[in-house]
Design a protein around this ligand. Structure first.
Ligand code: B12
Length: 466
């Protein structure tokens, strides 16, 4: 009796592999406006490959404007036994037409969706035709359990922890999200799934560092201790029972050796640390940076909060190769930040921190949001006055987008400012409000006006390395 057999034919929608094929084909896919890594899927791939034999993992990214038929041809050619979709709230709607096309082409191939969309809105996602399973938290263990189930190695009548499934009655579902509590036992993300002819340079995320450098995003851990009202991290803090549960780190020694391996494997010339907040644990970060300097020795960038940009941190980071610090300003109005964003730093603190970084030769990339609820034209003018003073090498401006599960989403919903979501919204240019016009907020007309000025500023003031 082959390993596949005991529960053959009783599972939900599935296309069990014939004994001859034996290998289980897992297709990972995610929608992005422009080419970008999905570290979430890379972590899942690494764990599935470590825990299960006979599984082939294929990545089929989906980009804005991709032809659905071409995409379906690409996916079906891989003869998937399971299709795993990563989705954020803003990318879920644009993903749907491709899911529809997939389901028309291979109706019995099961589809699981995971990521922030399902962490925040699991039932809405499961209700979408063509979705068979949704993952409620971290995906590593649930994916292994689901593959075992689909291969007939687990009792299909038993619920899979952390997974909701369409064909199972709610009563029997185990809706407890499975959370990776300790990263030190987990494999590092599997970047091979992004390779094209053994190369990954085509995905190098551009920022302030030179466009010619092979750049790789990495994370030394997961989680952020802060509760900014517009960010999904607040949802994660609830999910993990506070920062004690959410903040996790890889073993620093093992992590640095992994970076050295990736450097040599892919000819990496620059690392971007994509940890939401890289320095909240100074003892860990200081040790990691020393090891990094001695073992890896490449320039890098990091996400950091203003409060973390102290003299000692900037001095140490610069000495270890820090090229750029990325941080959120979001709004230049102290009052708006304090009242609406739960961000209490003063403008003077922001200016002192950026001066400290500059003194140590560190470049700056800042993030602003515009079009937020109860944000006035004067507030946005204050944002750009402060940005001009900071004069970052690169300033990224996003049009505020209400994210379900965040405190600010509740404010928008409570005040009746939600707009019906549309696929096109993804493509809306900066300057088009993603919420209804309202008293005390900027008008649509003024938003378009100031957006033109912002784009002009960005054109004239973006100073990326040649
Ligand atoms: C790195 C990052 C990016 C990167 C890469 C995004 C990507 N493809 O993953 C870039 C810079 C491209 C990016 C862009 C954007 N981002 Co971003 N980003 C992040 C960040 C900082 C870290 C995400 C990460 O890699 N975590 C580490 C990995 C290992 O964890 P993970 O992704 O959570 O994956 C685990 C689970 O979620 C789950 N899982 C994930 N995918 C799947 C799939 C399946 C099938 C399963 C079963 C499980 C599963 O298992 C994984 C392993 O345990 C988060 C902040 C945060 N708090 O996480 C914001 C975050 C994800 N981004 C967010 C947003 C809104 C965006 C933008 C829309 C912003 C904008 N307006 O442009 C754009 C979207 C771009 C686009 N549409 O193309 C939001 C999403 C919120 C939401 N409710 O959807 C977050 C949470 C930040 C926030 N402000 O709230 N982002």
């Amino acid at each position: 009796m082959s390993i596949w057999g005991r529960w053959r034919g009783r599972a939900g929608p599935s296309r069990l592999p014939t004994p001859a094929a034996e290998r289980f084909h897992l297709v990972l896919t995610y929608y992005q406006r422009e080419p970008a890594y999905s570290l979430g899927l890379a972590c899942i791939s690494a764990y599935v490959k470590r825990e299960l034999d006979d599984v082939s993992v294929h990545m089929v990214p989906l980009f804005l404007g991709d032809d659905p038929d071409e995409y379906v041809r690409h996916v079906t050619a891989l003869e998937p036994h399971l299709i795993a979709v990563a989705a954020m709230h803003p990318t879920w709607m644009p993903t749907q037409p491709y899911l529809d096309a997939l389901k028309r082409a291979c109706p019995v191939t099961p589809v699981i969706v995971g990521g922030y969309q399902t962490i925040v809105s699991p039932h809405d996602t499961l209700a979408y035709p063509g979705v068979d399973y949704v993952c409620l938290g971290d995906g590593e263990e649930p994916m292994v359990a689901l593959i075992r189930r689909l291969r007939g190695e687990a009792d299909p009548t038993l619920a899979i922890p952390g997974v909701l499934e369409r064909t199972m009655t709610n009563a029997r579902q185990d809706a407890t999200p499975v959370l990776v509590r300790d990263l030190t036992g987990m494999p590092f993300p599997d970047y091979t799934i992004f390779e094209r002819d053994g190369d990954i340079d085509y995905l190098s995320p551009r920022a302030v560092q030179s466009r010619s450098l092979t750049t790789l995003p990495v994370v030394s851990g997961r989680g952020c201790p802060y509760r900014c009202t517009y960010c999904a991290n607040t949802t994660l803090l609830e999910l993990y029972g506070g920062k004690g549960g959410l903040l996790r780190k890889y073993d620093s020694q093992a992590f640095v050796l992994e970076l050295a391996r990736l450097r040599d494997r892919y000819g990496v010339e620059f690392f971007q640390f994509w940890d939401e907040e890289f320095v909240y644990d100074r003892r860990y970060t200081d040790r990691l940076l020393e090891l990094y300097r001695d073992v890896v020795g490449l320039p890098f960038s990091m996400f950091v909060r203003i409060e973390g940009m102290s003299e000692s941190l900037c001095k140490h980071a610069a000495a270890c190769g820090c090229h750029t610090m990325w941080f959120g300003v979001e709004s230049g109005s102290e009052a708006y930040r304090r009242t609406h964003l739960n961000r209490r730093m003063s403008n003077q603190q922001i200016l002192d921190a950026t001066a400290t970084a500059r003194r140590h030769g560190i470049k700056l990339m800042t993030f602003n949001m515009v079009g937020m609820p109860f944000e006035t034209l004067d507030d946005i003018r204050a944002t750009f006055a402060l940005t001009r003073t900071i004069a970052p090498e690169l300033n990224v401006v996003s049009q505020y987008f209400p994210l379900p599960g965040t405190p600010m989403y509740e404010v928008v919903r409570r005040h009746g400012l939600l707009l019906p979501q549309s696929e096109e919204q993804q493509m809306w240019p900066l300057g088009r409000l993603n919420i209804r016009e309202h008293d005390g907020g900027i008008s649509g007309h003024d938003m378009r006006q100031i957006a033109t000025e912002i784009m002009q500023y960005l054109e004239e003031h973006t100073l990326c390395d040649a």
